[in-house]
Ligand binder design. Sequence first.
Ligand code: HEC
Length: 251
Amino acid sequence: MQNIQRFTLSDLALPIKTLYTGYLLAIGLGLLMAGMQIMLTHGMADGKFGLSVDDIVYSYHGNHDGPNATKLESKLFGSMKDNAPPEVRLTLVKWADAGAPANEWESNIKPLVDQYCAPCHANMPGLANITDKAVMDQMTKRDEGMSISTLTRVSHIHLFGVSFIFFFVGWIFTYATGFPPKVQAALILTPFIFLIVDVASWWLTRMNPNFAWLVIIGGFVYSLASTIMIFTSLYQMWIMPLRQGRSPFAE
Ligand code: HEC
């Protein structure tokens, strides 16, 4: 096939260079912020700083069993540990674990709550009044992960929004030189493929926690591909002309 002569990043007109540069800098910063936000929201889902597979599982799949499956259980194993003797905590945990059956509330559970928890929880303003069954229900709700409606919403926003970012980053990168065309094409395609993999893996993780790895890999690969494209484009616009003894500001 004939190789069509075309613009290269290093000899673009100055106004186009500044347009591309402004965009790439803002997008680069945006990607960094997105990474930080993921660390701060999902990253803390398992209570520990830093993104781990557990975080992804808790965010998308939820936490269906184990000592932290409900708020009541995690508090009784955590900050509320000293507020009741072990056998009382065990009774409460078993009740929560069994799905907080309503028929045991009046007879078995409420008396314990009244005795051990009410001194604070029914009196201190701002503290959840767990002697109220409706409030207690909130504490014994199982964490089912992200709801389908939330997942649908974030999926389409993510697909639309992020593909716009990749489109323009890829567009600018099409003017880069020095890459075999197939490598360049693969770099441009990669973020789109892994964007789809990433979003698909949210849904898969919701169904099966073993897919959590795919979420991390998807995000990592498309960040890597866009970082390569952003840095290459900036380099070829500004540094490459300098190294060739030309002014990067030439018009
Ligand atoms: C000495 C006072 C005190 C007692 C007694 C106490 N709590 Fe708490 N509880 C707190 C405070 C303060 C918080 C908020 C800080 C925190 O979450 O650790 C809290 C928070 C909680 C929460 C989380 C509420 C929310 O809105 O997130 C739960 C659930 C809970 N306690 C359960 C219990 C249970 C069950 C008992 C009885 C076995 C109990 N607490 C006894 C003071 C108390």
